[in-house]
Ligand binder design. Structure first.
Ligand code: NDP
Length: 356
């Protein structure tokens, strides 16, 4: 009886209380590393739902390197966030109200709703997915079985096309994408070599994830160490970082090698990104050229569900392991992004927005 009274009390409180939506807006365009004044914190009422919409309470927010690019006033594969708009991002949360036939309260979902604690969206929106925390924990839908995991899966299998016995090298190897690339390479019976910053990250990549080797690019001996780790050269390089790492890898690429260019995070804070040397400059001037191209994970949008299923299967079988860095509180999202852009994160970077 006490429990029932308690539940009624909570429900009444929820319905009579006006919910407050906390959110981060883009305040100004950064130069270099984005400081706190690039964003503005705002608290507003949660909007009334219109027909066809659902209200999601955000529980986890994904923090990703691409967010830095969206803060610039420049077109990349998609447009910039406008000043005054909610900062872009995907979150995983729970439906708390629904005027859509597609979702009901207590459904778990992933949504591109930005840096805010409540998200109201149409229930038939294109990038709105159900998540099932009975299969893998909710946060994993933003990481290993979410966008980063799918990026690794499609970039490696569709463009890298590794064959058994080949050597696959991946940079940012201890991160959200890199961990999955190397572990899929092992599942496909390849030699997996990671590149990461520091001893601790490298030990994790070899000892816990089972890569064959991992090179600390901050160790001062990158070219020599990489050569030693890749005695038969490199057949597939999964590019995540650019810069000196790219140049060292380029020297070891075998004829016929493939280079899926996923990103080049070392340049994202550049004040003059148009004049930076990119992986395209490095690989495009090589003779023979490796087969290389930039890709966006949405190219395989129609097959996302297959990737989610296969990746969660591998997690269940213990073939794919992962790690998360969870920063507490939406208020700390700016620092979490700075951590990703400076390598302070270890594995998938998330922000815990609220308890269920
Ligand atoms: P990670 O979890 O790997 O975090 C970023 C990592 O980048 C850091 O932990 C750090 O690792 C490394 N890093 C940061 N600064 C530098 C630097 N100056 N030089 C070298 N390494 C640096 O992020 P994700 O896994 O989410 O993303 C990895 C890459 O994939 C990024 O380039 C991102 O833009 C790209 N991406 C592309 C997508 C696409 O569709 N094309 C989709 C998703 C991601 P360390 O400490 O080891 O240096």
């Amino acid at each position: 009886i006490l429990n029932i009274c308690w539940l009624i009390k909570i429900n009444v409180r929820e319905t009579i209380m006006t919910r407050i939506n906390q959110r981060w807006l883009l305040n100004k365009r950064p130069e270099g590393m984005p400081e706190d004044d690039c964003w503005k914190w705002e608290e507003v009422d949660v909007p009334e739902l219109k027909d066809g919409e659902i209200l999601i309470k955000s529980l986890y927010l994904s923090i990703d390197p691409y967010m830095r690019g969206r803060m610039n006033d420049a077109m990349s594969y998609t447009g910039p966030v406008q000043i005054g708009d909610v900062m872009v991002g995907e979150s995983a949360g729970i439906v708390i109200d629904s005027k859509s036939d597609n979702f009901k309260p207590d459904d778990y979902v992933c949504v591109h709703g930005g840096w805010q604690s409540y998200v109201a969206v149409r229930g038939d929106g294109p990038e709105l997915f159900k998540a099932d925390p009975d299969i893998v924990p909710l946060s994993t839908y933003l990481g290993t079985v979410g966008m980063p995991g799918r990026t690794a899966y499609f970039g490696l299998t569709r463009l890298g096309k590794p064959k058994e016995g080949e050597t696959v090298v991946v940079s940012a190897a201890s991160g959200a994408v890199g961990t999955v690339v190397g572990q899929i390479a092992k599942i496909l019976n390849c030699r997996a070599v990671g590149i990461a910053g520091g001893d601790v990250k490298c030990s994790y990549v070899t000892d816990e994830l089972g890569f064959d080797a991992c090179i600390d690019y901050k160790g001062g001996n990158l070219e020599q160490d990489l050569k030693q780790a890749c005695p038969d050269g490199i057949d597939v390089y999964f590019e995540n970082v650019g810069g000196e790492v790219t140049k060292a890898v380029a020297k070891l690429l075998n004829p016929g090698s493939r280079v899926p260019i996923c990103g080049f995070v070392s340049k994202y804070n550049s004040r003059d990104i148009m004049n930076e040397e990119t992986p395209f400059d490095v690989f495009g001037t090589m003779r023979p050229k490796p087969k290389h191209r930039f890709f966006v994970v949405t190219e395989w949008f129609d097959h996302w569900a297959d990737a989610t299923k296969e990746l969660s299967g591998w997690i269940k079988e213990g073939k794919i392991k992962y790690r998360e860095t969870v920063t507490d509180g939406l208020i700390n999202a700016p620092q979490a992004l700075r951590d990703v852009l400076s390598g302070k994160n270890f594995g998938k970077q998330l922000v815990k927005v609220a308890d269920e």
